[in-house]
Design a protein around this ligand. Structure first.
Ligand SMILES: CC(C)(COP(=O)(O)OP(=O)(O)OC[C@H]1O[C@@H](n2cnc3c(N)ncnc32)[C@H](O)[C@@H]1OP(=O)(O)O)[C@@H](O)C(=O)NCCC(=O)NCCS
Length: 194
């Protein structure tokens, strides 16, 4: 069926180009996940806070390799785009930031992130989200980025605020967790935002 308005971003834009490395700050970049990052991924998903908010566990290096390969497939399918937040002095990931539910035609995506426990508390998440949002608006051409978190996750709410995502409201019983349904804050940031 013919569509009556043009796509915000032409399908094929992501899949036709290699995933870039995005600078964040001194000694901090976003780069694509690599197979060699598997041990860090296993370590990250052993953290109770990451398990609590991301509902996943990786039990082996093989599972981590599959997880990393899946991130690459998301880029190729143009449905998600995930980066390792990397300390350039070691070239090791200290966290993950990405876009999920990417809709190029509608110009939207959703931001998500986690950090290894040792990387928390020094603004790494908010600076990484800002760098990703600027890339998503300026280079990819999305119009709207959403960020959702449980009302029981105040640190994530602070990241949203520091990264310029306005609060738009509370979504009742929006996500099922291991302790039941959680209300979620909806935040969003619009282009031009950088
Ligand atoms: C949420 C997370 C990414 C925040 O990363 P971070 O780099 O430590 O965040 P920042 O250093 O930018 O700090 C965020 C703010 O939250 C505050 N904060 C941290 N833990 C908090 C807590 N338990 N309760 C309330 N505020 C908290 C910090 O003091 C800081 O406040 P400030 O902006 O007034 O300085 C990190 O804690 C994490 O990976 N948590 C586990 C996974 C997760 O929650 N992912 C997000 C799911 S939506």
């Amino acid at each position: 069926m013919p569509r009556l308005i043009p796509p915000v971003v032409a399908p094929g834009f992501l899949a036709s180009s290699p995933q870039p490395t995005i600078p964040v700050a001194e000694n901090l970049v976003l780069r694509p996940w690599a197979e060699a990052d598997a041990p860090v991924a296993v370590e990250a998903f052993a953290d109770p806070e990451i398990q609590r908010w991301h509902f996943q566990r990786l039990d082996s290096i093989d599972e981590a390799h599959n997880w990393i390969a899946g991130l690459g497939r998301g880029w190729d399918a143009e449905t998600s785009a995930n980066w390792a937040i990397v300390d350039t002095t070691t070239d090791l990931p200290i966290g993950r930031v990405g876009l999920t539910r990417v809709e190029l035609v509608g110009g939207r995506g959703e931001v998500s992130y986690w950090l290894l426990p040792t990387a928390r508390g020094r603004g790494v998440a908010s600076r990484s989200v800002i760098a990703l949002a600027c890339w998503a608006f300026a280079h990819l051409g999305l119009q709207r980025l959403e960020l959702k978190h449980s009302v029981d996750n105040p640190a994530s709410c602070r990241v949203a605020g520091r990264a310029g995502f306005d609060a738009e409201g509370t979504m009742s019983q929006a996500l099922f967790h291991d302790d039941g349904w959680h209300d979620m804050h909806l935040h969003a940031r619009l282009r031009p935002g950088c």
